[in-house]
Write a protein that binds this ligand. Structure first.
Ligand SMILES: N[C@@H](CCC(=O)N[C@@H](CS)C(=O)NCC(=O)O)C(=O)O
Length: 207
């Protein structure tokens, strides 16, 4: 059975959502963030050297990195529903959004988080970070104006990946400025599988 090493309040929640959408049996091993540092507990380092979540175990393999996990699940268990056929235009678009979620969208969001901890010392950096967040959110908003999902008309693993930066837009109080993103998020959060994943995952501040 698939094992998910799941950290509370984290990106790992979208892996549970994917597993629920695919109707798979899985076991959750729960880890709690440190109340002061917000870091994962050291036990996670025994699973993967970075000590971060999500990580899954399946068929003797350890797989880390959200989008790699989501693509693995879609290809191996999605019955053709959550990943477009290889070497098609939609496939390359799907790959693009899987990478964009962590490689592009999260970068200014993480900078905002870390630089925010510097207080006044970080103030000169915020205008640039904020303009990059806007740049990425404006683009996501425009793309969601063309189709209901990031890869056209059906939900794919790229949406599982992209759900997290969109949830952060809501968490930052920015979603009102982005009606397409707001509609997209309301749609995915209303899905029974998303709700079921929330029940199983426990504490999640971004829903
Ligand atoms: N790009 C990685 C990021 C993994 C990551 O940073 N996970 C966070 C949770 S949102 C974490 O484990 N933080 C705790 C820590 O760094 O100790 C992915 O998408 O899997």
């Amino acid at each position: 059975m698939i094992i998910v090493h799941h950290l509370n309040n984290s990106r790992s929640q979208r892996i549970l959502w994917a597993l629920e959408e695919m109707g798979l049996d899985y076991e959750i091993r729960h880890y709690q963030r440190d109340a002061v540092t917000n870091l994962a507990p050291p036990e996670l380092k025994a699973i993967h050297p970075l000590g971060k979540s999500p990580v899954i175990e399946d068929k003797g393999q350890i797989i880390a990195e959200s989008s790699a996990i989501l693509d693995y699940l879609a290809r191996n268990y999605g019955k053709g529903k959550f990943a477009p056929k290889d070497d098609t235009p939609d496939f390359y678009r799907y790959q693009y959004w899987l990478h964009f979620a962590e490689g592009s969208a999260m970068t200014p969001l993480l900078l905002a988080l870390y630089v925010g901890r510097l207080g006044e010392a970080g103030a000169p950096l915020h205008p640039r970070i904020d303009s990059e967040i806007k740049n990425h959110f404006d683009y996501m908003e425009a793309e969601l104006g063309k189709a209901p999902y990031f890869v056209g008309n059906s939900l794919t693993a790229a949406d599982f990946a992209m759900s997290f930066p969109v949830e952060i837009a809501k968490g930052r109080g920015m979603i009102q400025s982005y009606p397409n993103m707001a509609k997209y998020l309301a749609g995915i959060q209303a899905r029974p599988a998303y709700q079921q994943a929330l029940k199983k995952g426990g504490e999640y501040a971004y829903a």
